[in-house]
Write a protein that binds this ligand. Sequence first.
Ligand SMILES: *Cc1c(COP(=O)(O)O)cnc(C)c1O
Length: 396
Amino acid sequence: MAPDGQTIAPNVYDAEPIPEAARAEIDRLLRSGDLFRYTAPEGAPVALLESEFAALLGSRYALAVSSCSAALFLSLKALDLPRDARVLIPAFTFAAVPSAVVHADCVPVLVEVGDNYRVDMADFAAKLPTAHAVMISHMRGHTSDMDAIMALCDAAGVPVIEDAAHSLGTTWHGRNIGTIGRVGCFSFQSYKLVNAGEGGIMVTDDPEIAARAIIMSGAYEQNWKKHPGLQNSFGHWQNKLPLYNLRMQNLSAAVIRPQLPLVADRVAKGLANHDYVADRLNQTSCLHVPPALAPESRAPDSIQFNLTGDWTDAQALGFQAAAKARGVSVQVFGLSEGNARAFWNWQFLGEPPHLPQTRAMLMRACDVRLPARLTRAELDYIADALMDAAKDAQNA
Ligand SMILES: *Cc1c(COP(=O)(O)O)cnc(C)c1O
């Protein structure tokens, strides 16, 4: 509330403070200068993060790296795919995902996504026979049908990597997202649930994939000995794999570790916030928030909804502007200039493929940040602003 009692638009972009517990550990690291994960024989902050994260997810192995993009790249490399291997990815994702595929000397094949933001299973099934691997991006934390995807991929013998960058805390039949495919990759970039500025981590139960990824991440010479539980797997790969040096450093781990115990609370609050705003928006006939799939329990820090019914592009742009005038920033994915989540902007891939369903979705799908820390009054402000902006735009 402003001093005169008038509600002002909530700031949804500010980060939250890093827990105070990080400070003592960072001071200790600064005093010792021990920032490199492999200097200490054991107990380095990065190594502790890996064991804590593996325990949190219920995975056997975790490898902390410089970003989720690095984790996606290393996952593909660790699968030992042939050069120019075809990797299916959803056509609705962040530009870093096809970029990681290209970086790994593979060819991204874009799969149609429905107006519920999830992989279209008919197009997926049609494209799977030519694929060497599948990378499922749970974009904005929306889980695609992992039962159907795993059934098809297991039958075809095609490995699945989960891009769970934005899905920490999401579950599917009660199981953590990121632990269903062969490898799961998470991000600690500032706009994700756990904020280290930059950073990523991959989890797997497969000792060979873990060993290969650890060496390629930069565990040169015998540094892999500092990763527990893999001693039989490493020896074979010593000196046989490139060292891409995508390691995480100790300061990042010191920022991340005290946030892990807060994940459950952030997930509960984020989901409650999301569902509250979703219920309000769904009372307006021209706005629709697609429901979660039945096996899915979500962990949102933003909300996506569709402009439904007869909207022209001009009206959709008018909606963006009318919300902005009320202090609420909405992006229609396909109508905001150069949006990195619109596949036709991924010009590094060449001519954009024909994906009418995904294109139609992106032209009417809206994105609003909704951090867990927002109060009920702030959520009401955002919901009111969006509903009023929709009315204005439709009447214009
Ligand atoms: C943020 C994000 C990424 C990239 O993560 P970085 O850690 O910034 O590399 C990849 N995929 C999705 C779905 C994301 O949300």
